[in-house]
Ligand binder design. Structure first.
Ligand SMILES: Nc1nc2c(ncn2[C@@H]2O[C@H](COP(=O)(O)OP(=O)(O)OP(=O)(O)O)[C@@H](O)[C@H]2O)c(=O)[nH]1
Ligand SMILES: [Mg+2]
Length: 555
């Protein structure tokens, strides 16, 4: 029999491997669930994160990294200042396996001063869990975050949390979602009892009631009994009045006759609603399982009119966060990349969009709070940490196909301005090194005044709490003291990037306004107030201003 030419043999073998690897990539993608937990401050995101880790089997005891180390801090709020203040300042990535899924969970800070970090995270996830304090309903920051998700078409799952506190009527809460946010709301389950009487959750799909026992401190899973609505053993201590009210509410829901519409959920038009109490572990298992069942795996991204599917054989991803000094044992910086297509292999060489150079990615890690472990491969949906690349910045694309360029990261207009002085000249090196690092992390922006003898950096932030973070981290991570001096400007606007120095000299600025440059050497004008910025706009029609730099080139 004539033998096929050698080249055909090679080609056949090659395509067989390609098919094999495509199948395995598709399988890996279908296992990935990458989501953020979002809400107004204090609704219970970090507490819920801990409980999802507990129920997901990723920690043995909620509220501690490992029982062995006997650390009491949450896994998610690992930063010194977060522990001290009891609030989340920086988003945290936690990767773990549960029930056949590879979960990438991102806990975000709720405070508006840190919303830059939260918004960047939203570019890196495929869905979100929106946590609502059931006593308060929809709060302002939740509404803003919701809008961003809606614009991006991100599917939203809702947890009505803190049902162990006197809560709003659950029907009202559902109505509020529809009225205030304008999204369809489908209650997947329903609370049984309210506040101190809250003792369980009714699963509308299985028609089963889950009643829980409280466990001290909520560190362990809550013991649960499952049974039909009229099962006395399951009904527990619920008063007749409460029970009758629950039955009535459930009847009303059934009467409304709405079906769970998977397509509407995936399109971000309907949110499945779960009830629970994170602190007491009530409803956490139902939320985790319900979320995994209905949430999407990574899907295609469209960039500049080109659709990049996760199955695309070229590896690609973008950096959405940089964080230094996560682990005091390793004083280094981690760039967080969201893998969007293809397969990541440790030691692979990729194209780096900012430098347009090839770089080898040898130090890659999977992340669990501030813990890390070397990772050899990763798939679309995964968030991994890359160490040892000082040239990496937020927004950069890394890919084996240089035609792929992600432009996902939003820019924010600073609204708070303050000079940062170094009061201790002997520590100038630490001060400068610390500040440069924090600037690269995007914790804050810095501006330098034009034609000025003042060389002190002018810090520009979305909110003043960011200044506090800079000062605290300079001191605790770099041993550098600092002093803030409030500046008299409140508004910054970017000038066209191609404006000449002569044209800048020729500008006539309103009283108190000043020219400055951002770190990318883009010129800006600092104004004392909005009125003055508008006046400049009116009187200088040929010099359009913008609230964010049109194009940023950092050096
Ligand atoms: N009663 C009650 N309190 C809760 C529940 N979940 C969280 N809390 C409390 O609410 C407070 C805030 O909880 P966190 O989990 O830190 O809230 P967060 O949303 O992460 O806050 P930020 O990250 O700062 O926006 C803490 O005191 C928690 O103990 C709950 O289900 N019931
Ligand atoms: Mg938090």
């Amino acid at each position: 029999m004539p033998q096929p030419p050698a080249s055909r043999l090679v080609a056949a073998g090659f395509s067989a491997t390609l098919r094999g690897s495509t199948v395995s990539i598709a399988k890996e993608i279908s296992k990935r669930r990458t989501f953020a937990i979002i809400s107004h401050p204090d609704a219970g995101k970090t507490t819920l994160t801990e409980k999802l880790l507990l129920y997901g089997g990723a920690v043995q005891l909620a509220g501690s990294v490992t029982a062995r180390k006997n650390q009491r801090a949450t896994t998610s709020d690992w930063m010194e200042l977060e522990k001290k203040r009891g609030i989340s300042i920086s988003s945290t990535v936690l990767q773990f396996d549960y029930d056949g899924f590879r979960i990438n969970l991102l806990d975000t800070p709720g405070h508006k001063d840190f919303s830059e970090d939260t918004y960047r995270v939203l570019t890196a996830v495929d869905s979100v869990v929106m946590v609502i304090d059931s006593a308060k309903g929809i709060e302002p920051q939740t509404r803003k975050l919701f809008e961003v998700c809606r614009q991006r078409g991100v599917p939203i799952f809702t947890l009505m949390n803190k049902c162990d506190r006197p809560m709003k009527n659950p029907l009202e809460l559902i109505d509020e979602l529809e009225r205030v946010l304008g999204i369809g709301a489908f209650p997947v389950n329903w609370p049984i009892g309210n506040g101190p009487e809250f003792q369980g959750i009714y699963d509308r799909k299985t028609k089963m009631m889950h009643t829980f026992e409280r466990v001290v401190g909520g560190k362990h899973r809550a013991p649960v009994s499952v049974g039909g609505l009229h099962d006395p053993a399951v009904r527990g201590n619920l008063s007749d009045a409460e029970f009758a009210k629950t039955l009535e509410e459930l009847e009303m829901l059934e009467h409304a006759g709405e079906e769970f519409d998977e397509a509407a959920v995936l399109a971000g038009k309907t949110t499945p609603v779960f009830f629970g109490s994170g602190v007491n572990n009530f409803g956490v298992q139902l939320l985790l399982d319900g979320f995994l069942k209905h949430s999407p795996a990574p899907k295609s991204r469209v960039m500049g009119g080109i659709e990049i599917s996760p199955e695309n054989p070229a590896f690609s991803g973008f950096i959405f966060k940089i964080q230094a000094n996560m682990d005091p044992k390793h004083r280094d910086r981690i760039a967080f990349i969201r893998v969007c297509s293809g397969k990541f292999d440790r030691d692979m060489t990729v194209h780096h969009s900012r430098s347009e150079k090839k770089v080898r990615l040898s130090s890659s890690h999977k992340l669990f709070g501030n813990e890390r472990e070397t990772v050899d491969e990763a798939y679309p949906g995964d968030v991994i940490g890359l160490v040892g690349h000082d040239s990496f910045g937020i927004g950069d694309t890394l890919t084996t196909d240089p035609k792929i360029l992600y432009k996902e990261i939003p820019r924010f207009t600073p609204e708070a301005f303050s000079f940062l002085h170094n009061p201790n000249t002997g520590k100038y090196k630490q001060f400068r090194q610390g500040l440069d690092q924090l600037l690269q992390e995007g914790v804050i922006q810095a501006l330098y005044l034009r034609n000025s003898s003042i060389k002190t950096p002018l810090l520009a932030a979305v909110g003043p709490l960011q200044f506090e973070v800079v000062q605290f981290r300079l001191e605790s991570e770099y041993g550098a003291e600092s002093r803030l001096e409030p500046a008299s400007w409140n508004v910054v606007r970017w000038l066209p990037t191609d404006i000449t120095e002569d044209a800048l000299d020729g500008l006539s600025l309103p009283t108190g306004a000043k020219l400055a440059y951002d770190l990318g050497k883009n010129p800006v004008i600092l104004f004392q107030n909005e009125w003055s910025a508008n006046y400049f706009n009116e009187t200088n029609k040929n010099t359009p201003l913008s609230a964010v730099p049109v194009q940023t080139v950092r050096e």
